[in-house]
Ligand binder design. Sequence first.
Ligand SMILES: [Zn+2]
Length: 431
Amino acid sequence: MNLLIKNGHVINPDSGTDKVLDILIADGRVDQIDVNLDESAADKVIDATGMIVAPGFVDAHAHLREPGNERAETIESGCKSAMNGGFTTVTAMPNTNPCMDNAAIVSLVREKAHRAGYAKVCPVGAVSKGRAGQELAAIGEMVREGIVAVSDDGSPVATAELMEKALEYCQLFGIPVMEHAEELTLTRGAVMNEDFMSAKLGLKGMPTVAEDIIVSRDIILNRYIRGWLHISHLSSEYSLGMVRRAKDRGENVTTEVTPHHLFFNDRALETFDTNFIMKPPIRIEADRLAMIEGIKDGTIDCIATDHAPHPHEHKNCEIDICAFGIIGFETAISAVLDMLHHQHAVPVKRIVECMSTNPAKIIGLKDDRLRVGAKADITIFSTDREIVIDPEKFKSRSRNTPFKGLKLRGCPEYAIRGTRVVKCEVGEEDK
Ligand SMILES: [Zn+2]
């Protein structure tokens, strides 16, 4: 099967390409990238006039819930959801049940993803056995089975001793330790950010200090070990400053921010909508604006969704007993384009770096995936088409999103991986 992508604006930060080109894909591989390619050689043509064509988007932080919570998501539904949102590669975090702390489960997850045949899944193994924070998991065996990082996500790495060992051990394999930075003794029973708004609403708050303490501990340890620390879902301005200084000193610290931390602040909680309940919590406006600055100045390497599906009854309940987290694959591109590109003038190329080429480097994908001879791995999106987000169109099994009904400027159009071509549909045209 030959697929021709016609007249798309190709933006590929890896090769420096930034111009209108045609791309011919033959049997799932990139065959030609050039101007005025012949349409008669193609079985199918995508008219990408006015659209951006980029190396496939990569999500460095996602929960696919299988094994253990298949009512929320399966690997298959997660992979379909990812591609419907414009992602061709996603990670799978290890807080499954049983926990992904051994080679057998890593192999199972990869096998199921392969069989589903949609997005590529890169598993992230647990740091500690059962994520219990006591002893290291079998990291070497999991690396041989294909993990791209380790994390005890959902919880921080429990102790400095364990973090030191993990950083040291992972250095041998060239993979990062991904940290969920939350000092748990400061967040017990809390549901939102601690500040004026939590006091006003009478809800228990998580202070940014809970994040800052773990980020600080880990940066100090990483400097000592010379490992690779990746801070997941950064949300505090003070932590951002610590990451910036570590980078200035030449230390190997990378980080990510979620679309919802770029888009919302804690005033959203005035609605008491549980779709604004997540960890870390959405913070005050100053933190949100700091994250946008972090994207602009390069301190933040990538944007990751923290896709966290939950069944209806775990979200449709009282705020102090609801599950933390929201789904993210199918709203990320629209939220980021609307907020960063249109409202804060972030160039499209920088967005492609943050959602494609930078996360690809962090999880160890091959360089320059959009080149002749490579397996097709492409995301096509519009920067200007306005849509109203409609969760009924989502392929995820869950619907826990705060973006429902929002009119956003920019949207995913197609995700292509090998011979799989998905036309993205995440909302309705605004009438
Ligand atoms: Zn987390």
